[in-house]
Write a protein that binds this ligand. Structure first.
Ligand SMILES: *[C@@H]1O[C@H](CO)[C@@H](O)[C@H](O)[C@H]1NC(C)=O
Ligand SMILES: *[C@@H]1O[C@H](CO)[C@@H](O)[C@H](O)[C@H]1NC(C)=O
Ligand SMILES: *[C@@H]1O[C@H](CO)[C@@H](O)[C@H](O)[C@H]1NC(C)=O
Length: 199
């Protein structure tokens, strides 16, 4: 009998929480439910205290353009992450004291803004799935903290720094760690783009 009651209350709880989710998420892009006892490890860029059970963490996440997801520590700490579990599945781990939730409104696609560079084109593809098309993205290939707008070939999932370049006079564009360089041919051109006349 007691067990029947418990089942009943659990069902009511889930019904109510789904209705609440529906009401509060009229503006949400897709349904992202909280995933209990899981967390994204290693990508927290900001942690703050919050009242346990409140919506403060979601608000803090929505207020920061870099925030992609968050971990809530049940005892009242909010951890804002700059990646989603899709971008970093290997860092999505079990944690009995937390739950994980993806940002559900106005999440900037990874690599779409200077403040949120990806470390590879592959990471963007993983993060955005079918949404990622070949084009220019903000990358920080060497994790220096600087973003460089770089072309990603999303079929091969590789960066192509020389896709479009400013090298002139038949100079060869050479891929670099961070950005391309121009190798002037032997005919005497010089300058960053081999734009300076023969001497
Ligand atoms: C993301 O957060 C990690 C962990 O705090 C940090 O090392 C990294 O620089 C951040 N990356 C970006 C693009 O903000
Ligand atoms: C990449 O290198 C080229 C040639 O040196 C330069 O013109 C361009 O500004 C660089 N891009 C960035 C984002 O630093
Ligand atoms: C570039 O190479 C082509 C073919 O080798 C040659 O005809 C042309 O004169 C070269 N242009 C310059 C600016 O060196």
């Amino acid at each position: 009998m007691a067990r029947l009651h418990l089942t009943f209350y659990i069902n009511v709880f889930f019904l109510v929480s789904h209705v609440l989710h529906y009401i509060t998420c009229q503006q949400c892009e897709t349904d992202h439910y909280s995933i209990y006892q899981r967390m994204l490890q290693g990508y927290t860029f900001k942690a703050l205290k919050m009242q346990s059970g409140s919506l403060e963490c979601r608000q803090a996440c929505l207020a920061d353009i870099r925030c992609q997801s968050y971990n809530v520590v049940f005892k009242g700490i909010c951890e804002l992450n700059n990646r989603t579990k899709e971008a970093r599945p290997e860092n999505f781990v079990k944690d009995l004291g937390r739950y994980y939730k993806q940002r559900d409104f106005k999440r900037a696609p990874l690599g779409s803004i200077r403040e949120l560079p990806a470390i590879s084109c592959k990471e963007i593809k993983a993060s955005e799935g079918g949404q990622a098309v070949s084009g220019y993205y903000w990358l920080d290939l060497i994790r220096s903290g600087d973003s460089v707008l770089t072309y990603c070939d999303m079929v091969k999932e590789v960066a192509d720094q020389c896709f479009k370049h400013l090298c002139q006079n038949n100079a060869t564009c050479i891929e670099g760690h961070v950005n391309y360089t121009c190798a002037c041919d032997s005919s005497g051109w010089s300058g960053t783009y081999c734009e300076k006349g023969r001497i």
